[in-house]
Design a binder for this molecule. Structure first.
Ligand SMILES: O=CC(=O)O
Length: 329
């Protein structure tokens, strides 16, 4: 019987940042007998210097919200697979990976229901003013100022919801909001076969027919600032925008102006263009609910996504098909 490989004989998997799953749940849940981790984040060296010194034999990357571009890959000539714990792939240079024959495995369907729940939560909060009511109680105003009438509060039932990006997450949002008595329409790169929700060719047309736009698409060159001045104008004074995609999908400056000037009714935002910076104008607005990019973060999904990433890497090192290979169409 072959003796187990000594640890230093195992292939190396680069961790650029400590994945949230490891940080929150403990790395011991994510070890493997098929590879070992090389932890760039533990070094005091700048990333590129660290990789220049140690990257030569790295075979794989386990990425979590870290930039992997050509300058990083140049220092990792042996890398053939990137397993990422993210659903969104905007920090990976996909054309460069394709050119170098590097496979990508992402979070697959792990986060879809959690992010969909969160999008619905943000929408309900913006419409019903739950966070604003919470502040009213906690600041002691109920007792000192009397009953609270959130006059902007609006019903969810009957609202026309426009979903931008009817992928795994968008579809789960649609199913949930149908159950709340909303009507659903969508915009995607193309109409989805077998989907009966009305499809709109452009986000502007969709916005014009929606009370709330929910952004669930990936951030690509095509979707950057997809929600621009014209789209926000089409959404109109009663319209709400919810973003669980990426900050860059909205022209944030324009959105802030629309919110401050009352040109749209409100926003529920989990993501921002320049995280962790958040436009200061939004801090005081009760019609804006914000969170620090945590729609994906549940204990269960952290565990599942960490295990999936390890499973993908083990599959790769066993010459088996990846469990959740991302195929760019
Ligand atoms: O936003 C988080 C992710 O894409 O995983």
């Amino acid at each position: 019987m072959a003796s187990p490989a000594a640890d230093e004989d195992l292939p190396q998997v680069l961790l650029i940042k400590n994945p949230p799953a490891f940080a929150v749940l403990g790395e011991e849940h994510f070890t493997s007998t098929k590879f070992r981790y090389l932890k760039a984040f533990e070094s005091s060296l700048p990333l590129h210097d660290f990789l220049a010194a140690h990257g030569g034999s790295v075979r794989a990357i386990l990425a979590s919200l870290s930039v992997v571009d050509a300058s990083v890959l140049d220092l990792l000539p042996e890398v053939r697979v990137i397993a990422t714990t993210s659903a969104g792939l905007n920090l990976l240079d996909l054309p460069e990976c394709r050119r170098r024959g590097i496979k990508i495995a992402n979070a697959g369907d792990v986060y879809s229901t959690d992010v969909a729940d969160y999008a619905v939560g943000l929408l309900i909060d913006v419409l019903r003013k739950i966070s604003a009511s919470n502040r009213y109680v906690k600041q002691g105003f109920w007792a000192s100022k009397g009953d609270y009438y959130p006059l902007g509060s609006k019903q969810l039932r009957g609202k026309r919801i426009g979903i931008v990006g009817l992928g795994r997450i968008g579809y789960q949002v649609a199913k949930r909001l149908e159950a709340f008595g909303c009507s659903i329409a969508y915009n995607s790169r193309k109409a989805k076969p077998g989907v009966s929700y009305p499809f709109y060719q452009t986000v502007q047309e969709l916005a014009a027919k929606s009370d709330a736009l929910i952004l669930c698409c990936g951030l690509t060159q095509q979707t950057r600032h997809l929600v621009n001045k014209e789209v926000l104008a089409a959404l109109g004074k009663e319209g709400v925008v919810v973003n669980v995609a990426r900050g860059g999908v909205i022209d944030e400056k324009e959105m802030v102006r629309c919110l401050v000037e009352g040109e749209i009714a409100g926003a529920g935002l989990d993501v921002f263009e320049n995280e962790p910076e958040v436009p200061k104008e939004l801090m005081e607005l009760d019609n804006v609910v914000m969170s620090p990019h945590c729609a994906v973060r549940t204990r269960e999904s952290l565990m599942e996504v960490g295990r999936l990433a390890v499973g993908n890497l083990e599959a790769f090192f066993s010459n088996e098909p990846l469990l959740s290979e991302f195929e760019d169409d």
